[in-house]
Design a binder for this molecule. Structure first.
Ligand SMILES: [Zn+2]
Length: 243
């Protein structure tokens, strides 16, 4: 009778351990998915920032190109006028003007060159980012499909285990079950432990001789005086298990 109860407690503990690990999985899967989604939204923000930057740079490019073109036509006009001028003072003044326009255009051309380089670099980053986003998006969709079926499986297993647990609890006397639940709520795993060579396998501290003698009698379920876990004598258990 005593050993029967111990075995039932060990069985209940197995069920509870499985329940704990399944419930952990139930938490972990959505968490993983959320993390990936957060990464995706960060990348999307980065994409928007890059788009803004590229828009600004492209506007600058358009403006510069327009200015250069405008200057070019001014240069052309001045050159045409130059051919019709005979007065040398006027000619020199126009030459200076021409020189200024050309110098200005060279500067703008240099500006445009470095701007184009900048645009290229940002465009490259942007294209890479689009690739990353697509990859992550696919990964999330895949994981969503996978985790949906996986979560269903886990929920089903939990349901089965809950039923097993109910049946298991029903077969254990209420006061013993209450002690088991009390310890489970307060201590880390395990709840029911063997005493091996006089040492509690829950806290690894020796059982006092008097308790050990009681334990070997196998009459009632005892707690470890140190950690309060439910204890049983290993050899006793193994012997009847072998029989
Ligand atoms: Zn202990």
């Amino acid at each position: 009778m005593y050993l029967e109860q111990i075995k039932k407690l060990v069985l209940l503990q197995d069920i509870d351990n499985k329940l704990i690990s399944y419930k952990e999985k139930l938490d972990i899967l959505p968490k993983e998915l959320n993390e990936l989604k957060e990464n995706l939204s960060n990348l999307d923000n980065k994409k928007l920032e890059l788009e803004d930057k590229l828009n600004i740079l492209n506007d600058q490019k358009k403006r510069l190109e327009f200015e250069i073109e405008d200057n070019d036509s001014k240069i052309k006009k001045v050159k045409n006028k130059l051919m019709m001028i005979s007065n040398s003072k006027e000619y020199q003044a126009m030459m200076r003007e021409l020189d200024n326009f050309e110098r200005l255009n060279r500067t703008k051309q240099e500006e445009l060159t470095s701007l184009l380089e900048d645009i290229n670099l940002h465009q490259k980053d942007y294209d890479e980012l689009l690739g990353e986003i697509e990859e992550l998006d696919n990964k999330i969709k895949e994981l969503e499909n996978q985790s949906e079926s996986e979560l269903k499986d886990i929920e089903k297993k939990i349901e089965e285990l809950e039923k097993e647990r109910e049946a298991s609890c029903a077969s254990i006397p209420a006061p013993i079950l209450a002690r088991y639940n009390f310890i489970r709520e307060r201590l880390s795993q395990p709840v029911v432990v063997a005493v091996s060579n006089g040492v509690c396998m829950g806290c690894y501290i020796s059982i006092p001789p008097q308790t050990f003698v009681e334990l070997q009698k196998g009459e009632q379920i005892l707690n470890c005086p140190n950690c309060q876990r439910l204890i049983y004598w290993e050899e006793f258990y193994n012997k009847t298990e072998a029989e």
